[in-house]
Every structure is written in C-alpha cells, then in structure tokens.
Ligand binder design. Structure first.
Ligand code: FAD
Length: 470
C-alpha cells in the first residue's frame, strides 16, 4: 500500500514519528512538502525564515535522493494537492507530525475532516516536543502559567526514550509534477542573504554538527557562558529546532550519553541547558492553550497601558542599529547580518524598545519575525511578552535593563560591541561602556548620539506603569 508523509516543520529523517509509522505500515512512501504560506496567515514565514526553508528543503531533498527518493514539492492549496496526489498514487493514508500554532492547528483539523470524508486515513504524530500540551496540567487541572512548577513537573516525568532511528522506506515513490525548490520563490530577489549563508548550514546534518560542537565545548560551562554574547557559549540550535531538523529528545540523549562517558569531575552544565529547552516547551504549551497571545497581551491588565504612538522614525533607528546605544545597536546589527541574536541581547533590545522608547511590543515582535532565522511564534511571543511585562510569568514591568551596565557586565572587553560596531573598534572598552561621557569622540567616528536619555525615558516608562497600576 501507499502512504503520503506530509513534511511541515519536521525537515528530518531521523527521530521522525510520522515517517517511521508510515514506513512500518506501508510499502511505498511519497515524501511531500506543500508550500502554502496563506494557510499560515497572519504569521506566514518572514524573509529570514523563508531563506532557511529554501535551504532546509534542499537538504531534505538531498537526503532522500541519496536513498533513491525525492521530496515531492508543491505550492498552493494543501487539500487540493493532497486530493490530486491520492487520486494519482492510490495512497490510502497520510501521516504528519502535529503543529501547535493556531493557524496550523485549524488547518490540520480542516484537512483531517475533509480527508476522512474522502475515506483516507489521516494519522497525526507527536514529533516536536517532549510532551503534548494537553498532557501537563496543574493540580487544579489548569494549564501552567508559571515556568518553575511547569518545569518541575515536566523534568520529573521526562521520558528517557531513545530517539527513533532514521527511517527507510521499502520503496520511495516518485511522482511527476514536483517543483524545483527555486520555484517556491523563497529566496530574496535583492541578495541580502550573504551573512546568513556564511553563518548557517540549514538541514539535519548541519543541526547535528552544531550539537557536536556544543557538546565538545560550550556545554561544559553553559550556565555562565550562555550570558556572554562575544562567545559561542550557546548551542545555536534554535533555527534547527524551529524547522524540526533536530528534536529535544535527540539533543537530550546525545548530551546525556556524552556526560556519562566523560570524567565525572568535569560535569557539563546539562541541567541548565535542558531547562532552556524547557522554556521552549513552556512557550509551545502556552501558545496551544492561549492561542490569541501572538496578537494580544497575555495579561489583559496591560490592555490599558499607555504605549507611545507608533513612531516610524524611532522604529527605523532601532531596526537598523542606529540608536546610539552600543549594545542595542550591536544586537540589531547582529540580527540583520546573521538572522540571529544572542538571548541576553534580545532581552536588552526588547527592553529598550518597549520601555525606553515605549513602543508596543508587537512592533518588535514583527521585526524579529521577519529577520530571525529562528522566528518561532511560540518562543517569540513568550520572549516579547516576558520582556514587556505583559506575559505569563513575565519579568515585572519595572525591571528596565540598563544597556550600559549589561554591556559592562557581560561584554567587559567590548569584544561583541566592536565586532558589530566596527566604527568603534579603535576605542578602549572603558570609553565605549561610558559612551554618554564622550559625545564628541563618538560623533567623530560617525556613530550617532544616544536617541533618548536612558534615565528620563526609564522614569517616563515607570510613570506609565504606575498609571496602569492605579
Ligand atoms: P540555547 O541557549 O542553546 O538554548 C537551546 C534551545 O532552548 C534554544 O535553541 C531554544 O529552542 C530554547 N530556548 C532557549 N532560551 C529560550 C527562551 N527564552 N524561550 C524559549 N525557548 C528558549 N527563540 C526562538 O527560538 N525563536 C524566537 O522567535 C525567539 N524570539 C525571542 C524574542 C525575545 C524578545 C527574546 C528575549 C527571546 C526570544 N527567543 C526566541 C528565545 C532565545 O533568545 C532563543 O531561543 C535563543 O537565543 C536561541 O539561541 P540558542 O539556540 O543558542 O539557545
């Protein structure tokens, strides 16, 4: 019999439950990807994600081709295409791994209902998370809104199951009519993507290479190293996790095996790292239970908050890394150049936008959505609402990051700042960390003066917060 495996955000052959189940039950497998961005509206993939998707699809295609198969690539209405494929191949079943974003869930429910009516069996599988969002609840039977108890519960019951092996079909089916990847139009027409290409290797092999590098080195002192933006102190697996090129289960198993094999005196920082993956899990559970939150405050009390009016001039300076605040500008330029930004710097640029500039967090979330290669509706929503103070288990609004203190603490030698602000490379770190004291030095380097007074804007933000609290 024949089955279609519909790939979406699971661009891998190993530890892929949908693929394994289909290969176990059917002789012929047609691996299929249908590009349908309209069905993901209003959160269709942004420009950097599209770049990644193009290369991720090419990588998956290459892996299938090495086994004599093909990724059947289509663009347009998913249901129409599936029905046509079923007619053409006689497929009796469709397998996919579940999605957790609101548009994806709605789309999958509609597809399932229509295909069932056609008499086709649709099997959905759990392939992206450690635990399905409906399986964890508080003692009162409610979804968790606070991370620490969520993580305690998840960590205690964390299965130690081995990842599934790479799947091999008895026969990979090939069909006429597959599009070349270029026909999806995912790559930019104006080629701004050189920085992305030199920073990343999309695909399953690229993901495992990064995991190896991380396991060999940075995981050993992740708890400290993860806060230093100049260092390669984190795994950088976020885009690979987003596109499902690697799973939390694979990462956990590999790091645990490595830890067991290394000298017990050199304990790698495994727990703090698993806990970060726990934040990803928490974000996905929240998005599943509170699907309105990408477009609305999690905490409705913030609906009355007095944001400043949207100001394109301010926003554009922030986006382009021309605010005159070195750590903010370095982060925004790192994002523009590589499609990624260090987590600590993400918090700082988000705090600056939502507090010092008092621009609505959704302006920031949208820019990140378009420019991050790891743009992820669950993680991005959680991150922005956390910093803005309106999210589940968020930082309190009155916590305003001071970008100068953050830079002096986490980038004392200004290595990160100089990397992304080459116009400041000749200055001593001490001068850069006190930029406000030396306006003429910075003007001479063509670097802008700070666009706001950090102290006064902080006070204004706190006043707006007090007005809300009254
Ligand atoms: P590591 O430190 O190696 O962590 C491993 C994995 O854990 C990450 O790949 C990620 O999947 C997960 N993780 C780590 N920190 C978090 C976190 N705070 N929340 C949720 N998951 C986490 N992450 C995204 O994947 N996509 C986004 O769109 C996104 N937007 C963000 C926006 C803001 C304003 C902030 C403050 C954070 C955002 N994050 C987002 C979370 C975090 O910054 C990134 O996941 C992390 O920097 C990715 O780098 P890494 O893979 O080296 O992380």
């Amino acid at each position: 019999s024949t089955a279609i495996v519909l790939f979406r955000r699971d661009l891998r052959l190993a530890d892929n439950p949908a693929l394994v189940a289909a290969c176990a039950k059917h002789d012929r497998i047609l691996p299929t990807y249908i590009h349908a961005p309209d069905e993901q509206a209003p959160w269709a993939p942004g420009a950097a994600s599209r770049w990644w998707l193009h290369h991720g699809l090419e990588a998956l295609h290459g892996q299938l081709a090495a086994q004599g198969g093909d990724l059947h690539l289509l663009a347009g209405d998913t249901l129409d295409h599936l029905r046509a494929l079923i007619r053409a191949t006689g497929a009796t079943a469709i397998h996919w791994n579940r999605r957790y974003d609101p548009a994806g869930i709605a789309r999958d429910a509609a597809l399932k209902a229509a295909l069932h009516e056609d008499g086709v069996a649709v099997h959905s599988h759990a392939g992206a998370l450690w635990s399905e969002p409906w399986t964890l609840a508080t003692d009162a039977g409610q979804p968790y809104r606070v991370f620490t108890p969520f993580w305690r519960k998840l960590r205690t019951g964390l299965p130690d199951a081995a990842p599934l092996p790479s799947a091999h079909a008895r026969q990979w089916l090939r069909q006429p009519g597959s599009l070349p990847t270029a026909a999806l139009g995912l790559l930019p027409t104006i080629r701004w993507d050189a920085g992305l290409a030199s920073s990343w290797t999309p695909g399953e092999a690229g993901a495992h290479e990064l995991l190896e590098i991380f396991a060999d080195d940075a995981v050993a002192d992740y708890a400290k190293g993860r806060d230093l933006p100049a260092r390669h102190g984190t795994s950088r697996l976020s885009p690979h996790l987003h596109f499902g090129e690697i799973t939390p289960r694979q990462i956990q198993r590999m790091l645990q095996d490595r830890a067991a094999a290394t000298d017990a005196r050199r304990h790698p920082d495994l727990e703090p790292y698993l806990r970060e993956l726990g934040w990803r899990e928490f974000a996905h559970h929240l998005l599943y239970h509170f699907p309105h939150t990408p477009d609305a405050n999690f905490n409705p009390r913030f609906d009355g908050f007095r944001w400043a009016a949207a100001d394109e001039v301010l926003l554009e300076r922030w986006r382009r890394g021309r605010t005159g605040i070195p750590l903010v500008d370095a982060g925004m330029r790192e994002l523009w150049h590589t499609g990624w930004m260090h987590n600590r710097v993400r918090m700082v640029v988000a705090s600056f936008l939502t507090k010092n500039l008092r621009q609505h967090w959704q302006h920031g979330a949208r820019w990140f959505w378009n420019t991050l290669v790891d743009a992820d509706l669950a993680n991005n929503t959680l991150g922005w609402q956390w910093v803005a103070g309106c999210g589940a288990d968020a930082a309190p609004y009155f916590r305003v990051f001071n970008p100068y203190l953050q830079a002096a603490k986490f980038d004392p030698e200004a290595v990160y700042l100089k990397r992304w602000l080459p116009e400041l490379a000749g200055l001593p770190a001490k001068v850069i960390h006190e930029a406000w004291r030396h306006p003429s030095v910075f003007a001479g380097k063509g670097y802008p003066a700070p666009m706001v007074d950090l102290g006064a804007s902080r006070d204004a933000a706190l006043a707006a917060w007090s007005a809300l609290a009254d």
